[in-house]
Design a binder for this molecule. Structure first.
Ligand code: ADP
Length: 474
Protein backbone atom coordinates (compact mmCIF):
# COMPACT_ATOMS: atom_id res chain seq x y z
CA UNK A 1 0.00 0.00 0.00
CA UNK A 2 1.31 3.47 -0.86
CA UNK A 3 1.85 5.71 2.16
CA UNK A 4 0.47 9.24 1.74
CA UNK A 5 1.32 11.89 4.32
CA UNK A 6 -1.14 14.80 4.47
CA UNK A 7 0.47 18.02 5.70
CA UNK A 8 -2.00 20.72 6.74
CA UNK A 9 -2.72 23.35 9.33
CA UNK A 10 -6.26 22.13 10.15
CA UNK A 11 -8.13 18.87 10.33
CA UNK A 12 -11.31 17.71 11.97
CA UNK A 13 -11.86 16.44 14.62
CA UNK A 14 -8.95 18.41 16.10
CA UNK A 15 -8.97 21.93 14.70
CA UNK A 16 -11.20 23.79 12.25
CA UNK A 17 -11.61 27.35 11.04
CA UNK A 18 -13.01 26.52 7.58
CA UNK A 19 -13.60 23.96 4.85
CA UNK A 20 -9.91 22.91 4.78
CA UNK A 21 -10.46 21.10 8.09
CA UNK A 22 -13.49 19.23 6.74
CA UNK A 23 -11.50 17.99 3.74
CA UNK A 24 -8.36 16.96 5.65
CA UNK A 25 -10.67 15.36 8.23
CA UNK A 26 -12.65 13.25 5.75
CA UNK A 27 -10.44 12.41 2.78
CA UNK A 28 -7.95 10.13 4.65
CA UNK A 29 -10.84 7.89 5.75
CA UNK A 30 -12.25 7.78 2.25
CA UNK A 31 -8.84 6.71 0.89
CA UNK A 32 -7.97 4.30 3.67
CA UNK A 33 -9.07 1.09 1.96
CA UNK A 34 -6.46 1.56 -0.78
CA UNK A 35 -3.74 3.67 0.86
CA UNK A 36 -2.08 4.12 4.20
CA UNK A 37 -2.77 7.77 5.05
CA UNK A 38 -1.21 9.77 7.90
CA UNK A 39 -1.71 13.43 8.78
CA UNK A 40 0.84 16.00 10.04
CA UNK A 41 -0.59 19.01 11.96
CA UNK A 42 0.56 21.78 14.33
CA UNK A 43 -0.30 21.19 17.97
CA UNK A 44 -2.42 24.27 18.72
CA UNK A 45 -3.55 24.96 22.31
CA UNK A 46 -7.12 24.04 21.42
CA UNK A 47 -5.97 20.61 20.21
CA UNK A 48 -4.20 19.60 23.42
CA UNK A 49 -7.35 18.70 25.42
CA UNK A 50 -8.54 16.55 22.50
CA UNK A 51 -5.49 14.25 22.57
CA UNK A 52 -6.05 11.13 24.61
CA UNK A 53 -3.02 8.89 24.55
CA UNK A 54 -0.61 10.82 22.30
CA UNK A 55 2.99 9.64 22.58
CA UNK A 56 6.20 11.50 21.71
CA UNK A 57 7.80 9.88 18.66
CA UNK A 58 10.93 11.99 18.24
CA UNK A 59 12.48 15.31 19.26
CA UNK A 60 15.04 17.27 17.26
CA UNK A 61 16.45 20.73 16.78
CA UNK A 62 15.70 23.06 13.85
CA UNK A 63 18.62 25.34 13.09
CA UNK A 64 18.56 28.01 10.43
CA UNK A 65 20.03 31.55 10.58
CA UNK A 66 17.06 32.86 12.59
CA UNK A 67 15.43 29.73 14.02
CA UNK A 68 17.17 27.71 16.74
CA UNK A 69 14.29 25.84 18.24
CA UNK A 70 13.43 22.37 19.49
CA UNK A 71 10.61 20.38 17.91
CA UNK A 72 8.78 17.36 19.28
CA UNK A 73 6.45 15.15 17.28
CA UNK A 74 3.55 13.45 19.04
CA UNK A 75 1.54 10.62 17.55
CA UNK A 76 -2.11 9.85 18.13
CA UNK A 77 -4.16 7.29 16.25
CA UNK A 78 -7.78 8.21 15.61
CA UNK A 79 -10.27 6.07 13.65
CA UNK A 80 -7.39 4.07 12.20
CA UNK A 81 -5.50 7.13 10.89
CA UNK A 82 -2.11 8.14 12.38
CA UNK A 83 -1.95 11.82 13.29
CA UNK A 84 1.43 13.45 13.95
CA UNK A 85 1.39 16.73 15.87
CA UNK A 86 4.23 19.24 15.85
CA UNK A 87 4.66 20.52 19.38
CA UNK A 88 6.26 23.90 19.96
CA UNK A 89 4.83 25.97 22.75
CA UNK A 90 5.98 29.38 21.54
CA UNK A 91 4.84 29.02 17.95
CA UNK A 92 1.54 27.17 18.28
CA UNK A 93 0.19 27.24 21.80
CA UNK A 94 -1.59 30.56 21.40
CA UNK A 95 -5.23 31.71 21.59
CA UNK A 96 -5.71 31.91 17.81
CA UNK A 97 -4.33 30.21 14.71
CA UNK A 98 -3.33 32.82 12.14
CA UNK A 99 -2.80 36.54 11.74
CA UNK A 100 0.27 36.91 13.97
CA UNK A 101 3.21 39.10 12.91
CA UNK A 102 5.50 36.05 12.98
CA UNK A 103 3.27 33.77 10.83
CA UNK A 104 6.07 33.50 8.25
CA UNK A 105 8.50 32.20 10.87
CA UNK A 106 5.86 29.92 12.49
CA UNK A 107 4.95 28.19 9.25
CA UNK A 108 8.55 28.12 7.98
CA UNK A 109 9.21 26.16 11.17
CA UNK A 110 6.16 23.94 10.50
CA UNK A 111 7.42 22.99 7.00
CA UNK A 112 11.02 22.54 8.14
CA UNK A 113 9.96 20.39 11.08
CA UNK A 114 7.83 18.15 8.87
CA UNK A 115 10.67 17.68 6.36
CA UNK A 116 13.11 16.97 9.21
CA UNK A 117 10.67 14.51 10.81
CA UNK A 118 10.55 12.52 7.55
CA UNK A 119 14.34 12.53 7.50
CA UNK A 120 14.66 11.34 11.11
CA UNK A 121 11.90 8.73 11.18
CA UNK A 122 11.56 6.32 8.32
CA UNK A 123 7.83 6.26 7.65
CA UNK A 124 8.32 5.05 4.05
CA UNK A 125 6.34 7.98 2.70
CA UNK A 126 5.57 7.66 -1.02
CA UNK A 127 3.54 10.82 -1.50
CA UNK A 128 3.34 14.05 0.47
CA UNK A 129 -0.03 15.70 -0.07
CA UNK A 130 0.23 19.26 1.24
CA UNK A 131 -2.71 21.60 1.65
CA UNK A 132 -2.86 25.40 1.26
CA UNK A 133 -0.11 27.92 1.86
CA UNK A 134 0.66 26.76 5.40
CA UNK A 135 2.26 23.63 3.94
CA UNK A 136 3.33 25.28 0.68
CA UNK A 137 7.07 24.92 1.25
CA UNK A 138 6.95 21.12 1.52
CA UNK A 139 7.55 20.33 -2.19
CA UNK A 140 10.54 22.69 -2.40
CA UNK A 141 12.10 21.53 0.87
CA UNK A 142 11.67 17.86 0.09
CA UNK A 143 12.68 18.01 -3.59
CA UNK A 144 15.54 20.49 -3.31
CA UNK A 145 16.85 21.01 0.23
CA UNK A 146 16.39 17.43 1.57
CA UNK A 147 16.60 15.68 -1.82
CA UNK A 148 19.75 13.66 -1.08
CA UNK A 149 18.32 12.02 2.00
CA UNK A 150 17.08 8.49 1.21
CA UNK A 151 13.76 9.07 3.01
CA UNK A 152 13.02 12.06 0.74
CA UNK A 153 14.62 10.96 -2.50
CA UNK A 154 11.65 9.16 -4.05
CA UNK A 155 8.77 11.12 -2.56
CA UNK A 156 6.26 12.61 -5.00
CA UNK A 157 4.30 15.75 -4.16
CA UNK A 158 0.64 16.65 -4.55
CA UNK A 159 -0.51 20.09 -3.49
CA UNK A 160 -4.13 21.15 -3.04
CA UNK A 161 -5.25 24.75 -3.34
CA UNK A 162 -8.31 25.19 -1.11
CA UNK A 163 -8.38 28.95 -1.60
CA UNK A 164 -6.01 30.86 -3.88
CA UNK A 165 -6.80 34.13 -2.09
CA UNK A 166 -4.62 33.13 0.86
CA UNK A 167 -1.04 32.74 -0.34
CA UNK A 168 1.33 33.11 2.60
CA UNK A 169 3.32 36.13 1.43
CA UNK A 170 6.19 37.24 3.64
CA UNK A 171 9.36 39.31 3.46
CA UNK A 172 12.35 37.67 1.78
CA UNK A 173 13.98 37.28 5.19
CA UNK A 174 11.54 34.43 5.85
CA UNK A 175 13.04 32.53 2.89
CA UNK A 176 16.62 33.42 3.69
CA UNK A 177 16.82 33.49 7.47
CA UNK A 178 13.89 31.32 8.65
CA UNK A 179 13.91 28.66 5.94
CA UNK A 180 17.63 29.05 5.33
CA UNK A 181 17.22 28.86 1.54
CA UNK A 182 20.16 29.66 -0.71
CA UNK A 183 20.41 32.87 -2.72
CA UNK A 184 20.19 30.75 -5.85
CA UNK A 185 16.71 29.43 -4.95
CA UNK A 186 15.57 32.81 -3.71
CA UNK A 187 16.60 34.54 -6.90
CA UNK A 188 15.59 32.01 -9.55
CA UNK A 189 12.00 33.29 -9.72
CA UNK A 190 10.31 30.17 -8.36
CA UNK A 191 9.27 31.48 -4.95
CA UNK A 192 9.66 35.26 -5.22
CA UNK A 193 6.61 37.46 -5.48
CA UNK A 194 6.44 41.24 -5.06
CA UNK A 195 9.97 41.13 -3.71
CA UNK A 196 8.92 38.77 -0.95
CA UNK A 197 8.42 35.04 -0.70
CA UNK A 198 5.11 33.38 -1.58
CA UNK A 199 4.49 29.93 -0.05
CA UNK A 200 1.62 29.09 -2.40
CA UNK A 201 3.55 30.04 -5.51
CA UNK A 202 6.41 27.84 -4.35
CA UNK A 203 4.04 24.87 -4.08
CA UNK A 204 2.60 25.53 -7.54
CA UNK A 205 6.10 25.55 -9.00
CA UNK A 206 7.55 22.55 -7.15
CA UNK A 207 4.65 20.07 -6.65
CA UNK A 208 4.44 17.22 -9.17
CA UNK A 209 0.65 17.53 -9.32
CA UNK A 210 -1.65 20.33 -8.23
CA UNK A 211 -5.29 19.93 -7.40
CA UNK A 212 -7.98 22.36 -6.45
CA UNK A 213 -11.39 21.76 -5.00
CA UNK A 214 -13.75 21.99 -7.97
CA UNK A 215 -13.49 21.68 -11.75
CA UNK A 216 -14.88 25.18 -12.33
CA UNK A 217 -12.41 26.80 -9.91
CA UNK A 218 -9.56 24.93 -11.66
CA UNK A 219 -10.56 26.75 -14.86
CA UNK A 220 -11.34 30.09 -13.22
CA UNK A 221 -7.94 30.47 -11.54
CA UNK A 222 -6.18 30.36 -14.91
CA UNK A 223 -7.64 33.77 -15.71
CA UNK A 224 -6.96 37.28 -14.42
CA UNK A 225 -10.30 37.64 -12.62
CA UNK A 226 -9.84 34.74 -10.20
CA UNK A 227 -6.12 34.04 -10.56
CA UNK A 228 -5.10 36.29 -7.65
CA UNK A 229 -2.04 37.33 -9.66
CA UNK A 230 -0.81 33.74 -9.85
CA UNK A 231 -2.75 32.86 -13.02
CA UNK A 232 0.35 32.99 -15.21
CA UNK A 233 2.26 30.63 -12.93
CA UNK A 234 -0.78 28.35 -12.85
CA UNK A 235 -1.05 28.41 -16.63
CA UNK A 236 2.48 27.08 -16.85
CA UNK A 237 1.32 24.12 -14.75
CA UNK A 238 -2.17 23.71 -16.18
CA UNK A 239 -1.52 20.21 -17.54
CA UNK A 240 -0.74 19.06 -14.01
CA UNK A 241 -3.71 20.88 -12.48
CA UNK A 242 -6.89 18.95 -11.59
CA UNK A 243 -10.22 20.17 -10.23
CA UNK A 244 -11.78 17.63 -7.86
CA UNK A 245 -15.02 18.55 -6.12
CA UNK A 246 -14.94 18.11 -2.35
CA UNK A 247 -17.33 15.74 -0.65
CA UNK A 248 -18.86 16.07 2.79
CA UNK A 249 -18.83 13.64 5.69
CA UNK A 250 -22.29 12.18 5.16
CA UNK A 251 -22.21 10.35 8.50
CA UNK A 252 -21.58 13.55 10.45
CA UNK A 253 -24.01 15.53 8.30
CA UNK A 254 -27.01 13.25 8.39
CA UNK A 255 -30.49 14.66 9.16
CA UNK A 256 -31.81 11.22 10.07
CA UNK A 257 -29.25 10.74 12.88
CA UNK A 258 -27.76 14.16 13.66
CA UNK A 259 -27.44 14.46 17.47
CA UNK A 260 -27.44 18.28 17.25
CA UNK A 261 -30.96 18.63 15.84
CA UNK A 262 -34.19 18.14 17.81
CA UNK A 263 -36.17 16.23 15.13
CA UNK A 264 -34.70 13.71 12.73
CA UNK A 265 -35.98 13.50 9.18
CA UNK A 266 -35.24 12.29 5.67
CA UNK A 267 -36.61 13.02 2.21
CA UNK A 268 -39.79 11.08 2.99
CA UNK A 269 -40.45 12.74 6.36
CA UNK A 270 -40.09 16.43 5.55
CA UNK A 271 -42.84 17.21 8.09
CA UNK A 272 -40.25 16.70 10.78
CA UNK A 273 -38.06 19.31 9.11
CA UNK A 274 -40.81 21.86 9.85
CA UNK A 275 -40.60 20.95 13.55
CA UNK A 276 -36.93 21.90 13.42
CA UNK A 277 -37.95 25.24 11.94
CA UNK A 278 -40.33 25.90 14.83
CA UNK A 279 -37.65 24.90 17.36
CA UNK A 280 -35.12 27.22 15.70
CA UNK A 281 -37.56 30.14 15.59
CA UNK A 282 -38.25 29.66 19.29
CA UNK A 283 -34.58 29.39 20.18
CA UNK A 284 -33.61 32.55 18.30
CA UNK A 285 -36.61 34.68 19.26
CA UNK A 286 -38.19 34.71 15.82
CA UNK A 287 -41.96 34.79 15.45
CA UNK A 288 -43.21 31.20 15.50
CA UNK A 289 -44.64 30.38 12.08
CA UNK A 290 -44.25 27.07 10.33
CA UNK A 291 -45.48 28.49 7.03
CA UNK A 292 -43.08 31.42 6.80
CA UNK A 293 -40.09 30.85 4.56
CA UNK A 294 -36.93 30.83 6.68
CA UNK A 295 -33.69 31.94 5.03
CA UNK A 296 -30.33 30.97 6.51
CA UNK A 297 -26.69 32.03 6.25
CA UNK A 298 -23.88 29.95 7.85
CA UNK A 299 -20.64 31.56 6.82
CA UNK A 300 -17.48 33.40 7.57
CA UNK A 301 -18.54 37.03 7.14
CA UNK A 302 -16.04 38.13 4.53
CA UNK A 303 -16.08 39.95 1.22
CA UNK A 304 -15.48 36.62 -0.53
CA UNK A 305 -18.87 35.31 0.53
CA UNK A 306 -20.86 38.22 -0.99
CA UNK A 307 -22.43 38.94 2.38
CA UNK A 308 -22.69 42.65 1.60
CA UNK A 309 -25.09 41.85 -1.26
CA UNK A 310 -27.51 40.52 1.37
CA UNK A 311 -27.00 43.52 3.66
CA UNK A 312 -27.33 46.03 0.84
CA UNK A 313 -30.54 44.38 -0.36
CA UNK A 314 -32.00 43.86 3.12
CA UNK A 315 -34.99 46.20 2.74
CA UNK A 316 -36.14 44.34 -0.38
CA UNK A 317 -35.39 40.90 1.06
CA UNK A 318 -37.34 41.64 4.22
CA UNK A 319 -40.05 43.16 2.08
CA UNK A 320 -40.80 39.56 1.06
CA UNK A 321 -42.68 37.30 3.45
CA UNK A 322 -39.52 35.75 4.93
CA UNK A 323 -37.49 35.44 8.10
CA UNK A 324 -33.68 35.37 8.14
CA UNK A 325 -31.15 33.76 10.46
CA UNK A 326 -27.44 34.54 10.11
CA UNK A 327 -24.63 32.67 11.89
CA UNK A 328 -21.02 33.76 11.56
CA UNK A 329 -18.39 36.30 12.37
CA UNK A 330 -15.74 38.08 10.41
CA UNK A 331 -15.34 41.60 9.11
CA UNK A 332 -16.49 44.17 11.67
CA UNK A 333 -18.64 46.21 9.29
CA UNK A 334 -20.61 43.10 8.25
CA UNK A 335 -21.13 42.00 11.87
CA UNK A 336 -22.20 45.53 12.72
CA UNK A 337 -24.56 45.59 9.72
CA UNK A 338 -26.42 42.49 10.93
CA UNK A 339 -26.59 43.72 14.54
CA UNK A 340 -28.16 46.90 13.27
CA UNK A 341 -30.65 44.97 11.11
CA UNK A 342 -31.78 42.86 14.06
CA UNK A 343 -33.06 46.01 15.76
CA UNK A 344 -34.86 47.03 12.61
CA UNK A 345 -36.46 43.65 11.87
CA UNK A 346 -36.94 42.42 15.40
CA UNK A 347 -38.69 39.03 15.51
CA UNK A 348 -37.98 38.39 11.83
CA UNK A 349 -34.20 38.49 11.72
CA UNK A 350 -31.75 36.77 14.08
CA UNK A 351 -27.99 37.21 14.07
CA UNK A 352 -25.62 35.01 16.07
CA UNK A 353 -21.94 35.93 15.97
CA UNK A 354 -19.18 33.39 16.46
CA UNK A 355 -18.46 29.84 15.47
CA UNK A 356 -21.19 27.50 16.72
CA UNK A 357 -21.24 23.93 15.43
CA UNK A 358 -24.53 22.80 17.07
CA UNK A 359 -26.38 25.90 15.92
CA UNK A 360 -25.05 25.45 12.37
CA UNK A 361 -26.69 22.00 12.32
CA UNK A 362 -29.98 23.43 13.64
CA UNK A 363 -29.93 26.11 10.93
CA UNK A 364 -29.26 23.59 8.15
CA UNK A 365 -32.12 21.48 9.52
CA UNK A 366 -34.63 24.27 10.17
CA UNK A 367 -34.30 26.63 7.19
CA UNK A 368 -35.95 26.45 3.80
CA UNK A 369 -33.28 28.29 1.80
CA UNK A 370 -29.55 28.92 2.36
CA UNK A 371 -28.10 32.09 0.85
CA UNK A 372 -24.59 31.83 -0.58
CA UNK A 373 -24.02 34.64 -3.09
CA UNK A 374 -20.21 34.27 -3.14
CA UNK A 375 -17.98 36.52 -5.18
CA UNK A 376 -15.78 33.46 -5.67
CA UNK A 377 -16.04 30.01 -4.15
CA UNK A 378 -13.31 27.38 -4.64
CA UNK A 379 -15.74 24.63 -3.63
CA UNK A 380 -18.00 25.54 -0.73
CA UNK A 381 -19.34 22.94 1.67
CA UNK A 382 -22.26 24.79 3.20
CA UNK A 383 -24.37 24.45 0.06
CA UNK A 384 -23.80 20.67 -0.01
CA UNK A 385 -24.61 20.32 3.69
CA UNK A 386 -27.74 22.42 3.17
CA UNK A 387 -28.92 20.20 0.32
CA UNK A 388 -28.44 17.12 2.47
CA UNK A 389 -30.83 18.72 4.98
CA UNK A 390 -33.39 19.69 2.33
CA UNK A 391 -32.49 23.37 2.67
CA UNK A 392 -32.26 24.65 -0.87
CA UNK A 393 -29.14 26.66 -1.65
CA UNK A 394 -29.49 29.94 -3.49
CA UNK A 395 -26.03 30.49 -4.91
CA UNK A 396 -24.03 32.47 -7.41
CA UNK A 397 -22.92 30.36 -10.38
CA UNK A 398 -19.24 30.35 -9.60
CA UNK A 399 -16.57 27.76 -8.69
CA UNK A 400 -17.82 24.78 -6.72
CA UNK A 401 -21.27 26.33 -6.29
CA UNK A 402 -21.75 26.00 -10.04
CA UNK A 403 -20.49 22.41 -9.95
CA UNK A 404 -22.69 21.24 -7.07
CA UNK A 405 -26.02 23.08 -7.35
CA UNK A 406 -28.29 22.26 -10.28
CA UNK A 407 -30.65 25.22 -10.81
CA UNK A 408 -34.39 24.54 -10.58
CA UNK A 409 -36.08 23.94 -13.90
CA UNK A 410 -39.85 24.44 -13.83
CA UNK A 411 -40.47 22.42 -16.98
CA UNK A 412 -39.52 19.10 -15.39
CA UNK A 413 -39.10 20.02 -11.69
CA UNK A 414 -35.46 19.04 -11.85
CA UNK A 415 -32.80 20.90 -9.91
CA UNK A 416 -31.41 21.01 -6.41
CA UNK A 417 -31.44 24.75 -5.71
CA UNK A 418 -31.46 28.19 -7.28
CA UNK A 419 -28.68 30.20 -8.88
CA UNK A 420 -27.81 33.50 -10.51
CA UNK A 421 -24.89 34.50 -12.69
CA UNK A 422 -23.78 38.11 -12.21
CA UNK A 423 -22.50 39.35 -8.87
CA UNK A 424 -25.28 41.88 -8.55
CA UNK A 425 -27.93 42.76 -6.02
CA UNK A 426 -30.69 42.73 -8.61
CA UNK A 427 -29.81 39.23 -9.89
CA UNK A 428 -29.76 37.85 -6.35
CA UNK A 429 -33.09 39.46 -5.57
CA UNK A 430 -34.68 38.28 -8.82
CA UNK A 431 -33.87 34.62 -8.10
CA UNK A 432 -34.83 34.93 -4.45
CA UNK A 433 -38.25 36.23 -5.45
CA UNK A 434 -38.69 33.28 -7.78
CA UNK A 435 -37.78 30.82 -5.00
CA UNK A 436 -40.11 32.53 -2.54
CA UNK A 437 -42.91 32.42 -5.13
CA UNK A 438 -42.35 28.69 -5.66
CA UNK A 439 -42.40 28.07 -1.90
CA UNK A 440 -45.73 29.83 -1.34
CA UNK A 441 -47.58 29.03 -4.58
CA UNK A 442 -46.22 25.64 -5.61
CA UNK A 443 -45.32 23.90 -2.34
CA UNK A 444 -45.36 20.41 -3.83
CA UNK A 445 -42.84 21.50 -6.48
CA UNK A 446 -40.68 23.12 -3.80
CA UNK A 447 -40.81 19.83 -1.88
CA UNK A 448 -39.83 17.93 -5.01
CA UNK A 449 -36.71 20.10 -5.33
CA UNK A 450 -35.99 19.45 -1.64
CA UNK A 451 -36.20 15.72 -2.27
CA UNK A 452 -33.96 16.04 -5.35
CA UNK A 453 -31.38 17.85 -3.24
CA UNK A 454 -31.55 15.33 -0.39
CA UNK A 455 -31.12 12.41 -2.77
CA UNK A 456 -27.89 13.78 -4.30
CA UNK A 457 -24.70 11.92 -3.39
CA UNK A 458 -22.19 14.35 -1.84
CA UNK A 459 -20.13 11.66 -0.12
CA UNK A 460 -16.39 11.37 -0.65
CA UNK A 461 -16.82 8.17 -2.68
CA UNK A 462 -16.59 9.84 -6.11
CA UNK A 463 -13.94 12.40 -5.23
CA UNK A 464 -11.63 9.93 -3.52
CA UNK A 465 -11.52 7.89 -6.73
CA UNK A 466 -10.31 11.01 -8.55
CA UNK A 467 -7.62 11.67 -5.93
CA UNK A 468 -6.55 8.04 -6.29
CA UNK A 469 -6.13 8.60 -10.04
CA UNK A 470 -3.85 11.57 -9.34
CA UNK A 471 -1.76 9.58 -6.84
CA UNK A 472 -1.50 6.62 -9.17
CA UNK A 473 -0.37 8.81 -12.06
CA UNK A 474 2.77 9.75 -10.12
P1 ADP B 1 -14.93 28.33 3.82
O1 ADP B 1 -14.01 27.16 3.99
O2 ADP B 1 -14.57 29.28 2.74
O3 ADP B 1 -15.20 29.05 5.11
P2 ADP B 1 -16.94 26.32 3.12
O4 ADP B 1 -18.36 26.45 2.68
O5 ADP B 1 -16.02 25.54 2.26
O6 ADP B 1 -16.39 27.79 3.40
O7 ADP B 1 -16.89 25.63 4.57
C1 ADP B 1 -17.49 26.24 5.66
C2 ADP B 1 -17.64 25.21 6.75
O8 ADP B 1 -17.60 25.90 8.00
C3 ADP B 1 -18.97 24.49 6.72
O9 ADP B 1 -18.82 23.22 7.33
C4 ADP B 1 -19.87 25.40 7.58
O10 ADP B 1 -20.95 24.68 8.16
C5 ADP B 1 -18.88 25.82 8.64
N1 ADP B 1 -19.14 27.13 9.25
C6 ADP B 1 -18.96 28.35 8.68
N2 ADP B 1 -19.26 29.32 9.56
C7 ADP B 1 -19.64 28.71 10.69
C8 ADP B 1 -20.07 29.18 11.99
N3 ADP B 1 -20.15 30.46 12.26
N4 ADP B 1 -20.38 28.26 12.93
C9 ADP B 1 -20.31 26.93 12.64
N5 ADP B 1 -19.91 26.43 11.45
C10 ADP B 1 -19.57 27.30 10.49
Amino acid sequence: MKHILFVASESLPFVKTGGLADVVGSLPQALSSNYRVSVFLPLYSSVIPKLKDAKAVVSFQISTPCIHQPATILKQTHDGIDYYFLQHQGYFERDGYYGYPDDGERFAFFNLACATFIEKVNLSVDIIHSHDWHAGMMPLLSRVVFKHHPNHKNIKHVFTIHNLAYQGQFPLSVAKDCLGLSDHIINDGSIRFDDGVNFLKSAIVYAHKITTVSPSYAQEILGVAFGERLHEVLRLRQYDLYGILNGIDTTFWNPSEDPFIPYHFDSETLDNKIKNKLALQKKLGLKSSENTLLLGVVSRLTWQKGIHLILDQMADIMGLDVQLVVLGSGEAHLEHGFRHMVEKYYGRLAYVAGYNEPLAHEIYAGCDLLLMPSLFEPCGLSQMIAMRYGTLPLVREVGGLKDSVLPYNSSDQSGTGFSFKDFSISDLYHVLRMAVYLYYHYPSEFEQVQRNAMNEDFSWALSSVQYAKVYDSL
